[in-house]
Design a protein around this ligand. Sequence first.
Ligand SMILES: NC(=O)c1ccc[n+]([C@@H]2O[C@H](COP(=O)([O-])OP(=O)(O)OC[C@H]3O[C@@H](n4cnc5c(N)ncnc54)[C@H](OP(=O)(O)O)[C@@H]3O)[C@@H](O)[C@H]2O)c1
Length: 336
Amino acid sequence: MEHRHLGRSGLMVSALTYGNWITHGSQVEEDTAIKCVNQALELGITTFDTADIYAQGRAEEVLGRALKDQRRDGLEIFTKVYWPMGSGPNDRGLSRKHVIEGCHASLKRLGTDRIDLYQAHRYDFQTPLEETLRAFDDLVRQGKVLYVGISEWTAEQIAEAVEIADALGFDRIISSQPQYNMLWRVIESDVVPTCADLGIGQIVWSPIAGGVLTGKYRPGAKPPAESRGADEKSAMFVRGMIERTEVLEAVQRLTPIADELNITLAQLALAWVLGRPGISAALVGASRPEQLVENVGALEVTLDDAVLARIDEALGEDVIERDPARTAMMSPNPRP
Ligand SMILES: NC(=O)c1ccc[n+]([C@@H]2O[C@H](COP(=O)([O-])OP(=O)(O)OC[C@H]3O[C@@H](n4cnc5c(N)ncnc54)[C@H](OP(=O)(O)O)[C@@H]3O)[C@@H](O)[C@H]2O)c1
């Protein structure tokens, strides 16, 4: 397994990082979840990403149980705070109260005494940034959190946070967790260059577009059984792609490129992400262990400029989203 620095920080993460959104505590049974975690560990994955909101705390609990016999120092455990964990007005957002209480609840569910990277899951327009950053900094000073990151913040929000942190001597954000894949490139124009200047690394989610870039969703066909697209609760997260025939056709046009390289479409998609500037890690999900075995193969692959150009040509501009304004739309104002 390749390890990379998370931005300019000293922290190293496995280039393929395992995430348990949708799967643990929800789409897959606990024994499968544990098999996937064991497979990830066997393949050398040391970095695990979850969030309080995933299956309303159950995903953190499953991950905690799955990792409980491992040497804690050999793991990087990441989680997040922001989305509502209860119906009360303070059960959500990035207020000092919710950040501190959310951290304590996550530590308990994960069965650990520290979180390696604690991430603001979205931007909170209702809390002064200084209050949030001070709360994160307090957690760092208490040793409950080792590093701080954000998810789906705009370049301006990230730059402002770093400016405040520097002025007030708070710990700096080291990572950004945006969606990024061949079809969703909205971070390229603003977020990636701003973060590069500030020493912030990208740990990117849905690098194979939730399975769509594996080519298993065929134009005009039903989603394959036991896929995210066929799962009643999870289908909504891929529907926007699998209901667009032009997207599915574009993905199928990548097949000859992958065939020539003797790799699978999933490996092509992951190699693409891992080779882009500023990317510290690709955050992959898995509903079964074999998927991880296949996906790790991407680490052996480097795509040259000619292949990158062929990928863009095969996909066509119509199915690639590049608008940086899409990032701002990820954080609701007012918060939910
Ligand atoms: N910060 C955020 O707001 C945010 C949002 C979303 C996700 N995330 C993080 O990113 C992680 C990964 O997101 P993701 O699960 O959408 O990533 P992904 O890697 O793009 O998709 C993973 C899914 O694709 C399918 N798959 C994976 N490998 C495959 C293969 N080789 N062949 C066929 N199907 C394959 C599996 O679903 P099926 O088998 O069920 O089809 C798997 O669960 C999450 O767990 C979470 O940690 C963060």
